[in-house]
Design a binder for this molecule. Sequence first.
Ligand code: XBP
Ligand code: MG
Length: 256
Amino acid sequence: MFEAMLWDVDGTLAETERDGHRVAFNRAFEEFGLPWRWDEARYGKLLAVTGGRERLLHDMAQRSDAPPPAEREQLARALHECKNARYAERVRDGAIPLREGVRPMLQQCRAQGVRVAITTTTSRSNVEALLRAHFGARWRGEFDAIVCGEDVRSKKPDPQAYLQTLELLALGPLAAIAIEDSPGGVAAARAAGVPVIVTRSHYFADAQFEGALAIGPGLHERRGWRPGLPDTSKGPVMLDDLRGWYEQMQSVSQFA
Ligand code: XBP
Ligand code: MG
């Protein structure tokens, strides 16, 4: 049975992308006097590129009004730094709530002795801003391990962030369960050998997922999961439901 739950941040703990990072990127463009703006649809496509700085460079490579290639790295760094500052302000202002069902699941983990880790390739400052806003000054004590973008050489879908989290917890991959919202995140967990459940987020509502243990609309809702949950009438997904999926998995050869 799993002993730890490894949490992705963006899209999983909170819907940070559309109203958080995207808006903050646009503020940074404005502050730098750039006419660039990312609307929801464009940003959705850009999410295929993990990492805010990498996303900026990818966008610049497609623009006719981007600076010459030799200047792009420096501009991307400066814009990214500004974006992160604006993002932290938005989070502090309460613009980004936790997804429904997240806090009760974290509480169940604590109460039942399941360790909790953050496994993300987002910048540390963004993770800290979000967690401080929702868990207060002592937020660090809520988590047994935290792996962020600065801790790895390659971002998701590379498995490094997951492998590093397992190392910090001194656990094998089957002693953990991951929770993700994106195909890249699922690929990262699977490549590390960690079983993963998916709570669909705004930008990945219709995405295809390979090799997930279970896929559903969110932890607050028992209906609409594959595999289905018993007693769908009301209430959130419980830790025991995750244990049920985990047990089912052990009879499926791809995870054996
Ligand atoms: C999140 C990302 C990040 C965020 C922005 O992926 O791809 O790049 O969009 O954060 P995941 P940074 O949910 O898999 O962690 O600007 O700090 O990269
Ligand atoms: Mg995510």
